[in-house]
Design a protein around this ligand. Structure first.
Ligand code: HEC
Length: 647
């Protein structure tokens, strides 16, 4: 008996000594990261800065230890007291579906963060299934590392640590060894470090240097190995947080042109190279060849150059969007086949949306963004500066029109003047199809104060067969996540684009590699989740309910659709305002997305006056108005007056 006891004591001491020896090298800083979970939602660690404690548990599908730990944790109801917990799954063999299935089987509600590249497990030195980290967000310090469970219930040390954090007390970091736990797969392990000259630098040229070059929009230029080495800790951090390269589409949904993102293998390669000290190695330095951007027109001299008003950008501060109108100088109608937007100062122009429409009595700087409801030429973002329209499509620009732009400028510490130009290329012959740009809007959105996740949605129902080329999610500072789905007439719904960590600073059209063919009656649904809480550091004011509006302190649900009709129609080059507004209004008033508007969907104040027209127009007595019937109602009640809808 005593022998057994002393043996146990001995092994325990050995383990403790080992643990102590390890802990001096073990990471204690909780580096920020963003991962997508098994449901496609983004999880950013530092978002939870206001929480009292964060728990991460290592997880792999071969073992149920982590799920049992998660269950034990959930049973404590610490989450009700503000604790945030998640499983980290670096098992590259498992999928979101299988993770979701397992979590369901074990009745675990915690998010399973898919650490596909293994970078988070590697950075946090998570090496065992069930290994549990407790993070103190006050100092971003790991204050507990060890098992979650001990003899069937929560480990006493974990219990003490969490209780102390929930009581806002100071805690001393503790490490408890993982006994008899299964190892996590180490997907980052690689015996060879990639060559700078042959692999790393060419990748940076391809994925980063468009912006990170002299005169580019990036705040520093990738011009040599020494630059990269100096910035390597920051590069590592931006990869872990998904901030760079700035590409926010969920990699598991859809394939897109101009995709800037790094693949899982590329992320591992770059991070492993950085962790090895970012060695120079042999061979030439491809970054030495990265030159300043030449501002020449990529497709040759344009047929028409539209020069926007010069705009003085101050050295510092945040600027509202700027709107410009420039009269079309042409005295003939033209078919545009391609566009390039050439920023005057590419260090300040974050995005620009160019549209055209009837001329107003103004010219120069205007104060309204209504131009977004007009036919569009293109949306500029750095790295996506030209739009060669899909084959056999074009945009018809009539004489007697004006070009309109929405400009988003960011400051960079020096005053500058931007004079952006739009280069238009004309087709010699009319194309078969008109490229259409319509938007989905939710003019009735209302986001309650303080709420961290509030969803709004709207749809645009296509009345004819169509081919969708690109989609554009747009919200303001409270936008947290955004997605587009197609609901086919048979009721099937498919998510075609998801942006789980929406960033106001990076707006863009996502252009499908394979355009999507949809039959008449299909709905393009746009859903956005808004974060009106104080945890959202970009939130201008969490204490107010927020409605639709153009100003950045208001909100938008705006989804751009770039498409063509499958078969050309006679008036495709015009926007039929009645059709358009009927689709827009129906798309957000029809909350249940049934393709019909019932009287109860209408604003309460107007129900009484609309009751009779509703009954008369509901010819098929279905209890609601379909698109054509609702269009009649809109016309009869003068709702197709754009202004009255915006008000
Ligand atoms: C489309 C343009 C663009 C591309 C492509 C791009 N960057 Fe950036 N980068 C920027 C801008 C602009 C900033 C300034 C911060 C911001 O606006 O988000 C930035 C900032 C950074 C920073 C500094 C982060 C900080 O805290 O300010 C690093 C490091 C960085 N980028 C690395 C990269 C790497 C590595 C790649 C390629 C894998 C890359 N970037 C690709 C535009 C770009």
């Amino acid at each position: 008996m005593s022998i057994v006891r002393s043996f146990v004591w001995l092994t325990f001491t050995v383990f403790s000594l080992q643990a102590a020896a390890q802990s001096s090298e073990t990471v204690s800083r909780a580096a920020d990261f963003t991962l997508i979970d098994h449901q496609g939602k983004a999880f950013n660690l530092h978002y939870h800065a206001q929480r009292p404690a964060i728990v991460l548990i290592g997880h792999a599908e071969g073992s149920s230890d982590a799920l049992q730990a998660a269950k034990a944790l959930e049973a404590r109801n610490w989450q009700g007291r503000g604790l945030v917990a998640a499983l980290v799954n670096p098992d590259s063999q498992s999928s979101r579906q299988s993770s979701a299935e397992l979590a369901r089987q074990h009745d675990v509600a915690l998010p399973v963060l898919m650490d596909t590249a293994g970078l988070i497990a590697n950075t946090y030195q998570l090496s065992h299934v069930g290994e549990t980290l407790v993070i103190d967000p006050r100092r971003w310090q790991i204050v507990y590392r060890g098992p979650a469970i001990d003899a069937g219930s929560i480990h006493p040390q974990l219990q003490a640590t969490v209780e102390a954090l929930l009581a806002e007390q100071d805690v001393t970091p503790a490490t408890v060894p993982m006994l008899a736990a299964d190892p996590l797969p180490d997907v980052t392990h690689s015996s060879t470090i990639a060559s700078y000259s042959e692999t790393i630098a060419p990748l940076l040229v391809e994925k980063c240097a468009d912006c990170h070059r002299p005169g580019g929009i990036g705040p520093w230029a990738m011009t040599s190995h020494a630059m990269i080495q100096g910035f390597s800790p920051m590069i590592r951090e931006t990869i872990l947080t998904r901030r760079m390269p700035p590409w926010h589409a969920d990699p598991e949904i859809g394939e897109f042109e101009h995709d800037l993102s790094l693949s899982t293998a590329e992320q591992r390669q770059v991070v492993a190279w950085i962790d090895a000290g970012a060695p120079r190695g042999d061979g030439p330095d491809p970054l030495a060849e990265v030159a300043a951007v030449d501002t020449e027109w990529e497709m040759g001299e344009p047929d028409l150059i539209v020069t926007l008003p010069a705009f003085d950008v101050p050295a510092t501060g945040v600027l509202d969007y700027q709107f410009f109108e420039v009269k079309n100088p042409l005295d003939r109608d033209v078919w545009v086949k391609a566009v390039q937007i050439a920023p005057g100062d590419r260090q300040v122009l974050h995005h620009a949306i160019a549209t055209f429409g009837a001329s107003s009595s103004f010219e120069g700087q205007v104060d309204s963004g209504e131009s977004l409801l007009q036919p569009q030429l293109m949306t500029f973002v750095p790295g996506n500066e030209t739009y060669i329209y899909p084959e056999n499509t074009g945009v018809y620009v009539p004489a007697d029109s004006s070009f309109y732009t929405q400009m988003h400028y960011t400051t960079y510490g020096r005053e500058t003047r931007d004079e952006t130009r739009i280069g238009l290329y004309f087709a010699d012959e009319a194309p078969e199809h008109v490229l259409q740009h319509y938007s989905i809007l939710n003019l009735g959105l209302e986001i309650p104060p303080g709420v961290a996740e509030h969803e709004e949605a709207a749809y645009y129902q296509l009345q004819r067969d169509a081919v969708i080329y690109a989609l554009f999610p747009h919200a303001h500072y409270r936008g947290r996540a955004s997605e587009f789905a197609i609901r086919y007439p048979d009721g099937n719904e498919e998510i075609v684009l998801s942006v789980p960590d929406y960033d106001f600073n990076w707006q863009r059209y996502f252009q499908f590699k394979d355009p999507i063919e949809v039959p008449a009656g299909s709905m393009v649904i746009h859903r956005t989740t808004y974060d009106n809480s104080t945890a959202n550091l970009s939130n201008p004011d969490s204490s107010i309910a927020v409605n639709f509006g153009e100003q950045t302190w208001e909100e938008m649900l705006y989804g751009g659709i770039s498409f063509r009709y499958a078969e050309p129609g006679e008036n495709d080059f015009e926007i039929n305002v009645e059709d358009y507004l009927t689709a827009v209004v129906m798309g957000y008033m029809d909350k249940e997305m049934k393709g019909q508007i019932a009287l109860s969907d209408m604003p309460e104040s107007s129900r009484q006056s609309l009751a009779l027209p509703f009954t008369i127009l509901d010819r098929d007595k279905s209890g609601g108005l379909d698109f054509d019937e609702f269009r009649q109602l809109m016309i009869q009640t003068n709702m197709t007056n754009e202004r009255s809808i915006m008000d």
